[in-house]
Design a protein around this ligand. Sequence first.
Ligand code: GLN
Length: 489
Amino acid sequence: MLNQLTVSELTAKLAHREVSARETMQACLDQIARVDGQIHAFLSHNAADALVQAEAVDKLIVGGATLAQKPLLGVPLAVKDVLAVKGHPLNCASKILGNFISPYDATVIEKLKAAGAIIFGRLNMDEFAMGSSTENSAFGLTRNPWDTSRIPGGSSGGSAAAVAADECIASLGSDTGGSIRQPAALCGCVGLKPTYGRVSRYGLVAFASSLDQIGPFTKDVRDSAILLEALSGVDARDSTSVAQPVPNYASALSGDIKGLKIGLAREYMIGGLDPEVKAAVDAAVKQLEKLGAEVVEVSLPHTDYAVATYYIIATAEASANLARFDGVRYCARGEGKDPIEMYGQTRGAGFGPEVKRRIILGTYVLSSGYYDAYYLRAQKVRTLIRNDFLKAFEKVDAIVTPTTPTAAFKAGEKSGDPLQMYLSDIFTISCNLAGICGLSLPCGFTKLPKLPIGLQLLGKPFGEETILKIAHAYEQSTGWHKEKPLPAH
Ligand code: GLN
């Protein structure tokens, strides 16, 4: 089935004219028609426009366009509803944006289009990327393709589910505290959060600007490397992007990890870890040793403070970033006799409960009298957490952890208890606070029901090549990524 192909398989077939971009696009659209009624990964897609774009690619290929010029030529990609694509809706899965249509392309979208990709759909998410289950979307649940009574993870749940269900070839998401890696783990795909500054955030609706990064969801590690190269680079429109050379990441995938040092963090061996997750991660560590890596124990002593630190910094930044949604500029405006009442009506009706909770919490920790006690202190702890990692990386090339404490949970299981939900990011949050890179890839399944388990690899700042190399060697020696949730058609 063409929709099951990876980016590297598809582009090779297109270049050899074994398949057309149109028939591949059609295969993805057919799969959406077959399964998305159940899964609801997509908020919208324009089938007619997607086919027109695909036909234009086929003409380019006949005209002699090559992969060297356009490495993603003809690849159908869908994106989280938090990225600006010119002429497409942009809602952040929130009611507050009304029927806003983006007037411009995010930098990553410009880059993907220039590389020949076909951007054709919007993927569901937790409202404004706040959540871990996609249950906070204002437009309904996304369901896990492995078991539709369960959540796909979040906040980029649609991005993970769409790739896992072969509704697109790859997708984009954003990761502020785990929103790429956690849903990738729960849906059985590869998710990469690049180092802070690796990828431009221009055109990504900000949640917490000092933590947010855009990254790919893919069916294998090679595709993750290919997409990361396409997305990366400094951008004059994002002053936090870094002028670090962009390597050919795929060329790092040698399969040889002999002599690399991989750290096991003592503090991550916590009690609440599900036994099947623990067994799968232990087996993965053994496999890495078998491949020639040396496993070394490391310590990240401030790990216990990560979740609390994150929920102060992220909510503080969110309360400032979300102040712009006030009914004056782009929202569906509420009524009111004066501006204050109008803001209240607009924001009261437009934001969902989790977003309101975060804005209130963030406003509180920034308010005078509390700023020093909460926000300033959290910033200091953040530095300690970053220093823990930098110190550990003096000893090791990467750190391995479970991506999540459990496999996918049932819809509704944690939605009434925000704290339980926050704890599902316990292994992913520190990476954003430290500004380092992280990747999740499949490392096994639970038995009954059969649900994917994710392995997380954390790397040094701008150390993506190393974690991709390790992930690839592991993946190729195990083959977990080949398992599919849905029967082939
Ligand atoms: N689940 C975390 C939160 O709710 C992380 C979200 C994200 O990475 N966007 O904030």
